[in-house]
Write a protein that binds this ligand. Structure first.
Ligand SMILES: *Cc1c(COP(=O)(O)O)cnc(C)c1O
Length: 375
């Protein structure tokens, strides 16, 4: 099965992990610091704070900023649940902003959602396509809000040659197995703000400041959300290959774009000419007349070896959110869920695999489009 996204582990990745296992430090030591420096060097951000997952990193970012009971956070429902779970956990309320056809937050709809309670805007770079961060930052600045960017898909994406990672107040990356690079599980917050960086380091490790010898002091509430040496060593090794991974995924995506350019039954994600996407996903947006056939299409694609997936069910449609916050309907996000299928596009695929994916996808779509939906 060709997966919509997957890891690629080579000999060097394996060797650096073995070296750590034979070393004196398994938990925290020089590898975590090195990985954080590598992330700063790669993205241009001043501070990187590694966590055991992006979910922990989001929890840290929202916490050190002081998001709390009664606050509102404007965010997109087309994301993984962790994006909003972690501020809901702190007592804040999600204010859902609709998306555009590319799956990114519709920046033109943000301002109307701002109230006296709004604390932050949390956009997600869907599939790796950078959000319209300049416009979002301008809105935030005008209303004195923070922008926390969930860039779990977008390590290596760029605008005008500048890498995602230092565009917003805090940027979150995920190193889960299927993300642009992996540490097996892992995440990080990147920021240029020293105050947040310090607070994040405390938050991830019991709120303890080490002084000298045995003396240490716990100065704020904290957890154990630390990344391990094993994970960090893998991260640094993976990061060296990120650009080649992205080149590969872009080569496959460009091939798909070309194969699909005259198709009328679906849309693909269009990128601005000054941006590069990590191409974490290759999303397909089916026309409404195919919505009722998506289950059949999905099943047949899987039967024919395409490890497709749907990204995402709008977060507000999950039982927990419906029960806690009531029913929400956003027209584009609702339709996006009915329309979207992510097809295989990853760095382990050959161009022959890509050809098979495009051939099979077109074959299946055209076959079902003749059936139509019976209303
Ligand atoms: C994967 C993902 C997360 C969570 O990342 P973990 O490292 O698995 O905790 C958060 N947000 C988005 C958009 C994601 O894709």
């Amino acid at each position: 099965m060709l997966s919509y996204s997957t890891q690629l582990i080579d000999e060097n990745d394996i060797n650096v992990v073995i070296d750590v296992l034979k070393s004196d430090f398994l938990a925290q030591g020089p590898k975590v610091e090195q990985f954080e420096q590598d992330l700063c060097a790669y993205t241009g951000a001043k501070h990187a704070i590694a966590f055991n997952s992006a979910t922990s990193a989001l929890h840290g970012a929202y916490s050190v900023y002081g998001i709390t009971q009664g606050d509102e956070v404007i965010t997109s429902p087309i994301s993984f649940v962790a994006t909003s779970n972690m501020f809901v956990e702190l007592g804040a309320t999600p204010v859902w902003c609709d998306v555009k056809l590319d799956g990114n937050i519709d920046e033109s709809k943000i301002e109307a959602l701002i109230t006296k309670r709004t604390k932050a805007i949390v956009p997600i770079d869907f599939a790796g396509k950078p959000v319209a961060i300049e416009k979002i930052n301008a809105i935030a600045k005008q209303h004195n809000l923070l922008v926390i960017q969930d860039a779990a898909h977008a390590l290596g994406s760029s605008i005008n040659g500048d890498k995602v990672g230092s565009f917003s107040d805090m940027t979150i990356f995920s190193f889960h197995a299927i993300k642009p690079i992996t540490t097996s599980e892992g995440g990080a917050v990147l920021t240029n703000n020293e105050k947040y960086a310090k607070a994040l380091r405390l938050f991830r490790s019991h709120g303890i400041i080490k002084k000298q010898l045995w003396s240490s002091d716990m100065v704020s509430m904290g957890y154990n959300l630390r990344m391990t040496e094993v994970a960090a060593a893998l991260g640094s090794s993976q990061l060296q290959k990120l650009d080649t991974f992205i080149q590969k995924r872009n080569k496959i995506s460009d091939y798909f774009d070309n194969r699909f350019k005259n198709e009328k039954l679906f849309l693909t994600q269009k990128l601005e000419s000054n941006t590069i996407s990590s191409r974490h996903l290759y999303p397909i947006i089916l026309n409404p007349e195919l919505h009722c056939l998506k289950e059949d299409i999905f099943k047949e694609l899987q039967e024919r070896g395409l490890g497709v997936q749907v990204h995402y069910r709008p977060i507000y449609q999950n039982s927990f959110y419906k029960e806690k916050f009531g029913k929400t309907v956003l027209p584009v996000a609702n339709d996006f869920y009915l329309s979207e299928i992510s097809i295989p596009c990853n760095q382990t695929m050959s161009m022959k695999d890509a050809e098979y994916v495009a051939d099979t996808f077109l074959d299946v779509i055209h076959k079902y489009s003749h059936r139509g939906c019976s209303f």
